[in-house]
Design a protein around this ligand. Structure first.
Ligand code: G3H
Ligand code: 13P
Ligand code: ZN
Length: 321
């Protein structure tokens, strides 16, 4: 059924696991993700960015998700707006069938973030919709916003309690060292292991602990949580792509986060890599083929396999539906 995240988060918090929030942009992505969740009986969040709405159109995305809800009667699915930039976008999604919205005013001053978030919460709660807000600034690119490493900053734990009390938000995204996109860290920020691969700096679990102390029982969200699987980076590079030094968050770090107060883990870049790597390989190996179904089919299967792996080996939310 199409649900809010309230019940999902409560169970995830108490059960020491996290729900995967996967970005969707077209039918094959929706199908790959939901087939994995359905087979593994995993609760699921499908999220739509401003860019996704601009690309695929609000109605198409809502109807694709509604189709998935019908095809997957055994699991709860939430439809969430990712990085809502303003009240109007949030309102449009609340009025248009979403069960959850994020208002991302994290780049605004603290008082302004509170003011905007509170306004969204009031409208959302009046309509049975839940709200994710954000404190702190992740590095990386999302939609048209690019935050440089210098401009990014960790969440200040001393702000979280006042923020949640004043806004009434239902979950909080925090910055503890994750980052958006496929290039999360520069080589200079990393060390190298014996194989010569980049090893990123660990997440700031000390900051997470400080947040949890001030917000016991409150669901925390991690954005920018793709692991950038090197098998797909190699596949992209082997078949004509160029993604040097793409690096993500090690899965062990995410497993640790999933066991904690983190109830929602956002993954988009890994889906893009799986899809693009698979299509590049198919195109290179079958230069004669031109039926889109022939390359979208293995791409969809790659997404299903990736999401299955995340559900079982990283999030721990299999058989929690
Ligand atoms: O955080 C951003 C998500 O990966 C969505 O990306 O804005 O390019 O759709 P997008
Ligand atoms: P990634 O770029 O790490 O997949 O993060 C996605 C995200 O945070 C969507 O909001
Ligand atoms: Zn994000």
């Amino acid at each position: 059924a199409l649900v809010t995240t309230t019940e999902m988060f409560k169970k995830a918090y108490d059960g020491g696991y996290a729900i995967g929030a996967f970005n969707v942009n077209n039918m094959e992505i929706v199908q790959g993700i939901t087939e994995a969740a359905r087979d593994l009986e995993a609760p699921l969040i499908l999220q739509v960015s401003k860019g996704a709405r601009a690309y695929a159109n609000h109605t198409y995305l809502v109807k694709l998700v509604e189709a998935a809800v019908i095809e997957c009667p055994n699991i709860p699915i939430a439809l969430h707006l990712d990085h809502g930039p303003d009240f109007e976008t949030c309102k449009s999604c609340i009025d248009g069938g979403f069960t959850s919205v994020m208002i991302d005013a994290s780049s605004k001053p603290f008082a302004e973030n509170i003011e905007i978030t509170k306004k969204v919460v009031e409208y959302a709660h009046d309509h049975g919709v839940v709200v994710e807000a954000e404190l702190g600034a992740l590095a990386g690119i999302e939609d048209d916003v690019k935050v440089s490493a210098e401009e990014s900053h960790y969440t200040h734990p001393e702000e979280v309690q006042e923020f949640v009390e004043k806004t009434g938000c239902d979950s909080l995204a925090i910055a503890i060292g994750t980052s958006h996109g496929a290039y999360k860290f520069t080589a200079a920020q990393c060390t190298r292991n014996e194989k010569g691969e980049l090893v990123p700096p660990p997440l700031r679990f000390d900051i997470l602990d400080e947040v949890v102390k001030r917000l016991p029982g409150f669901p925390i969200v991690l954005h920018g949580s793709s692991s950038v699987p090197q098998e797909f980076v190699r596949m992209v590079n082997e078949f004509g792509g160029k993604m040097p030094d793409a690096v993500g968050i090690p899965e062990e770090q995410l497993r640790k986060a999933a066991r904690s107060a983190v109830c929602k883990i956002n993954i988009d870049s890994d889906l893009r890599l799986a899809m693009t790597g698979t299509i590049r390989k198919f195109m290179a190996e079958h230069p004669d083929k031109f039926d889109p179904r022939e390359y979208l089919k293995p791409a969809r299967a790659a997404i299903k396999e990736l999401v299955s792996h995340k559900i079982v080996d990283v999030l721990g939310c299999d058989h929690k539906a």
